[in-house]
Design a protein around this ligand. Structure first.
Ligand code: TYD
Ligand code: MG
Length: 462
């Protein structure tokens, strides 16, 4: 009998090893390597043989076909998907368990079922849950007031059954698979959720979607480290990767596109989780600033950009006397390394002593800010807390801090200022402009800051 071919796959990052090891050298995780069957076609003994058809090449000229898109009428979702769902596209929706992926997709299909498809007939939607029973999904639909929606429900997890059902000429237009980690292919020995199963099930479903030209949402749960457990192997196979993120303690949820073959990436959609499901937040800045109290030391408003849209958020800092043996630096919503850098610049270039202080930094509202443009707002909040002088309540701040303390220009200053003046802000601290061009916005008084020192002086002075 031929020896059964197996390989050892890290369940965290998908790296393949010829033999078992306790620690994955690629991602550094322990006890994540599991033996799996070798996929048949990847067997090293498989040969392709000869033959094959000749390819007809075409050139780059010629008008591309206008892409038809199915709209969910949930503006935030449609925008993140690049303006609607493209038939035949595969969208991976990742997020922590309980963040609201099932809720979002149930609301999306319920809305999509009211629209029409490419040929003008009602959009046919299918929701397949491998996690919940039909009754559980119905119960949720009832809570969301969607019981009347024309959505076909099923609770299945065998991919063979799904393919047999959907591989017909009158296949649906939209399919939700909730979640890919519960799906399995019965010819593989490994358990559902392992890298081998996720890859094989994903591959089958993607091929089916391309063949029958329907859009499919694959739900994938994320591990606490922030990687798609197992589904990371799907990221390169799918057309769009969306992350649904947020803090359980807050009701805001952010849908972020990290890959999109049919639209821009880094686009975000903002939702609020209410007892009636997810509601769109068309004006996130107002929401993030809703609970701000003006004139408090240690708080300032940062004018940021998330994807293509401007967003104002409150940055809060607390500088307190050191309480333990080493000073604490606790950060929520921002990069710890960047905070360390700002603190070093404040100490070394501006003579601000923070050595025996605990520092807490918080981006209010549970948003995660990744732009370096937030540097100056962070520095301002820290110095404001240290000197106990409040930043004016009608002021927004943005700018990147360099290692010599210089303030560097950031992208799209006009867009940031426009959003700030829309929300009633009257002053702005910004980097020096790169051109001599006057800022387009005359509603807002702009002060250019060239160096962090200048900023500190305004706090230490009058
Ligand atoms: P769910 O969509 O099941 O999360 P996921 O599929 O990502 O695991 O979301 C479940 C959470 O959302 C749960 O904690 C309850 C909450 N929720 C609401 O607050 N309001 C609602 O209307 C619904 C349906 C859920
Ligand atoms: Mg779910």
């Amino acid at each position: 009998m031929a020896k059964k071919m197996t390989q050892f796959v890290c369940q965290n990052c998908g790296t393949i090893y010829p033999r078992w090891a306790g620690k994955c050298e690629s991602c550094g995780e322990w006890n994540t390597i599991i033996e799996e069957d070798l996929p048949q076609k990847e067997s090293p003994t498989a040969t392709m043989g000869r033959g094959g058809r000749k390819i007809d090449f075409s050139d780059l000229r010629g008008a591309p076909e206008i892409i038809f898109r199915l709209k969910s009428q949930i503006g935030e979702l449609d925008r993140v998907c690049g303006g609607g769902l493209v038939p035949g596209s595969v969208i991976l929706v990742g997020g922590d368990p309980g963040i609201g992926k099932s809720t979002l997709l149930l609301q999306a299909v319920a809305n999509l079922s009211k629209g029409v498809n490419k040929i003008g007939s009602p959009t046919k939607c299918v929701y397949i849950s491998g996690e919940e029973s039909v009754d559980q999904v119905r119960l949720r639909a009832m809570r969301l007031g969607l019981s009347e929606a024309n959505v076909d429900l099923a609770s299945v997890s065998n991919v063979r059954d799904i393919v047999a059902t959907l591989d017909t000429p009158d296949s649906p237009d939209i399919v939700v698979i909730d979640s890919i980690q519960t799906m399995f292919i019965d010819t593989l020995d490994s358990a559902p959720g392992t890298v081998g199963q996720v890859r094989a099930a994903g591959h089958e479903l993607i091929r089916l979607a391309k063949r029958r030209q329907f859009a499919v949402f694959l739900v994938g749960h994320v591990t606490k480290e922030g990687t798609l457990a197992g589904p990371r192997v799907l990221e390169h196979m799918v057309d769009t990767v969306l992350y649904f993120e947020g803090d359980r303690g807050h009701h805001f949820r952010i849908l972020r596109s990290v890959k999109n073959r049919f639209g821009a990436t880094d686009e975000i959609g903002v939702f609020e989780m209410t007892e009636n499901g997810l509601q769109e937040v068309p004006n996130p800045s107002a929401l993030f600033l809703a609970e701000r109290r003006g004139n408090i030391a240690g708080s300032c408003v940062y004018a940021g950009i998330e994807g293509s849209r401007p967003m104002l958020v409150e940055i809060q800092a607390l500088v307190a006397p050191q309480s333990g043996a080493t000073p604490r630096r606790a950060v929520v919503g921002w990069d710890t390394n960047r905070l360390a850098m700002i603190l070093a610049v404040l100490e070394a270039r501006c003579g601000v002593s923070l050595a025996n202080k605990d520092i807490y930094l918080n981006v209010a509202g549970g948003l995660k800010v990744t732009e370096p443009a937030c540097d100056m707002a962070v520095a301002t909040a820290i110095v404001s807390s240290l000197t106990q002088k409040a930043v004016p309540a009608d002021m927004v701040i943005f700018g990147e801090v360099g290692l010599s303390g210089e303030i560097r220009a950031v992208p799209q200053p006009d867009l940031r200022l426009k959003e700030a003046s829309k929300l009633g802000f009257e002053r702005a601290l910004t980097p020096p402009s790169r051109t001599d061009k006057k800022p387009k916005n005359d509603m807002i008084r702009v002060t250019h800051i060239g160096n962090l020192r200048t900023l500190i002086d305004t706090f230490q002075g009058g």
